[in-house]
Structure formats: structure tokens, C-alpha cells
Design a protein around this ligand. Structure first.
Ligand SMILES: [Zn+2]
Length: 293
């Protein structure tokens, strides 16, 4: 997961250019919902999905996997669920070891964030696995009050949301909280709420689960090996080979590549601990070229 850097005004402009009138329609629909909270939430977000796909370089906002530009492959994700919030069960190891607790009723759903249904700072493009299988209507918070009636996602810090919203600068930078050791994501901080946010995000999307998300690991392995080869080429190749290799390294560590956070961490490790990096690259090659059962 990486931050998608864009100013709120620039994002609004992009949406306006793509679909003139969408911003006004969203505002009047929000006003109508506020006036009559029982009214239906109409789906008007699909027409601006392309804006988020372009902004995110056709990657899932959560797992950084490339997603095809087809409706079957990706969703417009409402970061804070619009209808209901389902209770998320904290795994036992998190309760005991990390002392992670969530504020929610023991059974039954809570009301969703209806006034954020048409707020583009509550949107992101996500793959089907992250959105439909993993996230669903979960939105665990640590704060005592869920701000279901709020209209501005930039002013909801007191909720202490566990999940991280990566678009614009209204939330923490994911790379300040989640780092990779080889193929696996982990919390970057050793204590504090930032550590808990990282752990819950990794757990909820199963970003570190080789059984449930083997494809993520294979792709990370493939890219790590490629990055490793190119870094070698920069050291050992001729001038033309070095230039080509630099282009690939620049691309792989840019937001345009899949798995940018993972690759940036591996690049850093190559400089700080070349022996460990060499061993990770060898393991990545083995995984990438292994035949799946
Ligand atoms: Zn995903």
C-alpha cells in the first residue's frame, strides 16, 4: 500500500473533467439523504471509477495488485461502508499479544456512513478480493464513538480508524506504517496506534497470507527478482546495459509499478544489508518459478 498523492481540489477537477455534473449530483444527493435519512442510496459512482483507476495506475488501493480495467475485476470501494458496518472479529493473537480491541456491538450491525455515500474522498478502486471477499462492510475503529453522521472524511481522526485511507493526504502515509521484509508486509512501528493500524490492515486484507493470497506473493517474488537482476546489471553491465537497468529500477520503485511498497523496501535493503537481500532474492526466484500444486 502506498499513498496516492493528489490534492483534494485536483481530484475534484479530474472528476469534473471526466464527468461534468457529477460533483453537483453528488452534492444534491447528499443533501437529500441528510433531509431524509431513510431514503435510498442510489449508485452514481460507477461513472467516475475510471478517474480512480487512472489515479491509482490501475492497481488495487489495498494490495497493489494490477487490476484489469473491466467491471468484473474491480469495484469502487466505499472506504467507510455506506449502509451498515459489520462487527469485525479480532483474531485471538491480536487480542492477547497486541492488545487490539475494537469499539462495536457484540452482535448485529451498526448504521453505516450514509452521508459519505457520495463523497469522493471516501472512494477508491479495489480488486474483488480486497473489496468483496475481505473488506466487505467491516470498518473497525478504536475510538468510542463512530461518526456515522459525519460529512467530511478529513475530520474523522477521533474515530481512530484501524484501516488506512491512502488517497490524498487526509490520513497517515501507509509507507510510514507498513513496510516489507522480503515478500511479507509487517508493521513498521514497534509500539503505538500506528503499529495497530498496520497490523489490522495487513490482517483484514490478508496481505501476509500465503494460502489465501498466493498470487500476491508470486507477483512480489517476480518483481523482486527482476529488481535484483537490474541492480546487479547497474554494477556489472556496460554503459547501455546500465542505462536500461536504471530505467527498470526507476519504474519498479515508482507508483506506476505493482507492489511499489514491497519493491522500495527491497531496494533499500539491498543498500543496507546486501547479504540479506541476496538471500531474499534467491527465495523470491524459487517461489516465482515454483509450480503451484
Ligand atoms: Zn486488492
Amino acid at each position: 500500500m502506498i499513498r496516492i498523492k493528489i490534492d483534494r481540489g485536483d481530484l475534484q477537477e479530474r472528476i469534473d473533467r471526466h464527468d461534468p455534473g457529477w460533483i453537483d449530483a453528488a452534492k444534491s444527493k447528499t443533501d437529500a439523504l441528510e433531509a431524509d435519512p431513510a431514503s435510498e442510496v442510489a449508485s452514481i459512482w460507477s461513472p467516475i471509477k475510471a478517474v480512480f483507476m487512472e489515479l491509482q495506475h490501475s492497481k488495487c488501493i489495498f494490495c497493489e495488485k494490477e487490476i484489469e480495467n473491466q467491471p468484473i475485476e474491480q469495484d469502487v470501494e466505499h472506504f467507510r461502508p455506506k449502509n451498515n458496518v459489520k462487527p469485525w472479529k479480532v483474531p485471538d493473537w491480536m487480542k492477547d499479544g497486541e492488545r487490539i480491541t475494537v469499539s462495536q456491538p457484540v452482535t448485529g450491525s451498526e448504521p453505516g456512513y450514509r452521508l459519505l455515500a457520495y463523497n469522493f474522498l471516501n472512494y477508491a478502486a479495489a480488486c474483488k478480493t480486497c473489496n468483496s471477499t475481505r473488506k466487505r462492510d467491516y470498518f473497525p475503529i478504536a475510538g468510542s464513538t463512530r461518526k456515522c453522521g459525519a460529512k467530511n472524511p478529513a475530520r474523522m481522526k477521533t474515530e481512530k480508524a484501524y484501516l488506512i485511507y491512502p488517497i490524498s493526504d487526509i490520513d497517515d502515509d501507509p509507507e510510514d506504517l507498513i513496510e516489507f521484509r522480503g515478500l511479507s508486509p509487517q508493521a513498521k512501528l514497534t509500539t503505538g496506534f500506528g503499529r495497530k493500524r498496520a497490523l489490522v490492515t495487513i490482517e483484514l486484507f490478508r496481505l501476509d497470507d500465503t494460502d489465501e493470497r498466493p498470487y500476491l506473493f508470486k507477483k512480489r517474488a517476480e518483481k523482486i527478482w527482476l529488481l535484483h537482476l537490474c541492480l546487479k546489471q547497474i554494477e556489472e553491465g556496460n554503459a547501455a546495459e546500465r542505462a536500461d537497468a536504471r530505467r527498470v529500477v526507476d519504474f519498479l520503485t515508482s507508483p506506476q509499478s505493482e507492489h511499489t511498497n514491497c519493491l522500495r523496501c527491497f531496494h533499500k535493503l539491498c543498500q543496507e544489508d546486501p547479504v540479506e537481500a541476496e538471500s531474499i532474492a534467491a527465495a523470491a526466484l524459487a517461489l516465482w518459478t515454483s509450480v503451484s500444486p
